[in-house]
Design a protein around this ligand. Structure first.
Ligand code: SAM
Length: 305
């Protein structure tokens, strides 16, 4: 962590959630916003403009016109907006299909529990590290919008026995769920990603869905560490490797049937240009290194058991 003074006691990796909230707050200011997330700005305001990520983001806007990829905010903002909307649409569709349990793995400062119009009886579980959950609850208590579903927070570490904590919080493994791992995989080691995936599988009734996005670790750390570290966070320390293999293979090997959704196609569908992060025309972009995936649980047929 930088030496920025703060009253908020969160591990460094949890400050990345504030970066995502800042980007969603920026999106909400656009006349053609893909979604509205007013509480995102409340999280940003609660930490003040000097916090890591926020100060760098404001500077990035002031510097607009520079090298778009040299700046994590201009590089990532469009991507995060499109990802948010794509997952909003996916969750709405899952709820319309009858799914009544949603689990946000590493929910961060996500406000879907407040912003989406959920059907009666829907339970939404938000898992994240205790410091992040405490900060989020404080801001929501001080002025956030009420949830539009049965919202349950679960303070836990995805490196530990989070499935037990989730069950204790009321999750029903006998009913299908839709799971989200958004902006998460590269902050976990391959071993932790695998145990998380095993945990999800162990709690997934037939009909369950898992949605993930994945950006190659090289974009977040590695060769781009200097760019990423300009956020005020030590990304080269935070990025832990992701699944450790191609994300499609990783999901298939664990019994999921993934469908790849190209970010560029999603962008075009929403009337947005291809985000610079993945635009082949932008030197240094990750091209096909960023994907959205929706996976269905591959339940073996009785014949193949
Ligand atoms: C980039 S944020 C993404 C948050 C949210 N999904 C979003 O898209 O806005 C990454 C999140 O992962 C959480 N996280 C990282 N490691 C974790 C762990 N071991 N257990 C639980 N949460 C973790 C952080 O606290 C942070 O909220």
């Amino acid at each position: 962590m930088t030496d920025t003074p703060t009253r908020i006691d969160m591990p460094e990796v949890s400050w990345t959630a504030l970066g995502a909230a800042w980007m969603r707050a920026q999106e909400g200011r656009r006349p053609d916003a893909l979604f509205s997330d007013p509480v995102a700005a409340q999280f940003v305001d609660a930490v003040g403009g000097e916090a890591p990520y926020i100060a760098a983001g404001e500077q990035a806007l002031a510097d607009a016109g520079g090298d778009v990829l040299a700046n994590p905010f201009t590089a990532m903002g469009d991507y995060v907006a499109i990802r948010t909307r794509w997952l909003d649409d996916l969750l709405r569709a899952a709820a319309a299909d009858g799914i009544r349990q949603v689990v946000l793995l590493a929910a961060g400062l996500d406000t879907r529990a407040q912003r989406l119009p959920w059907p009666a009886g829907l339970r939404l579980f938000e898992l994240d590290l205790p410091g992040l959950v405490a900060f989020k609850e404080r801001v929501l208590r001080d002025g956030g919008a009420p949830p539009t579903c049965d919202r349950v927070t679960v303070s836990c570490d995805l490196r530990g026995d989070w499935p037990a904590a989730l069950r204790d919080a009321g999750f029903d493994p006998g009913r299908p769920a839709v799971w989200l791992a958004e902006g998460l995989l590269h902050y976990l080691t391959p071993a932790v990603n695998q145990s998380m995936l095993d945990g999800v599988a162990g709690l997934s009734a037939p009909g369950s869905l898992l949605a993930v996005d994945h950006i190659e670790a090289a974009m977040m750390g590695g060769n781009n560490a200097e760019t990423a570290n300009s956020t005020g966070l030590a990304y080269d320390q935070l990025v832990k490797g992701g699944p450790g293999e191609h994300v499609v293979t990783w999901l298939e090997r664990s019994g999921w049937l993934p469908t790849v959704h190209e970010v560029a196609d999603c962008a075009l569908r929403y009337g947005r240009p291809v985000p610079p992060l993945i635009d082949p025309a932008v030197p240094g972009s990750v091209r096909d290194g960023a994907v959205f995936l929706l996976a269905r649980r591959n339940v073996p047929s009785p014949d193949s058991r």
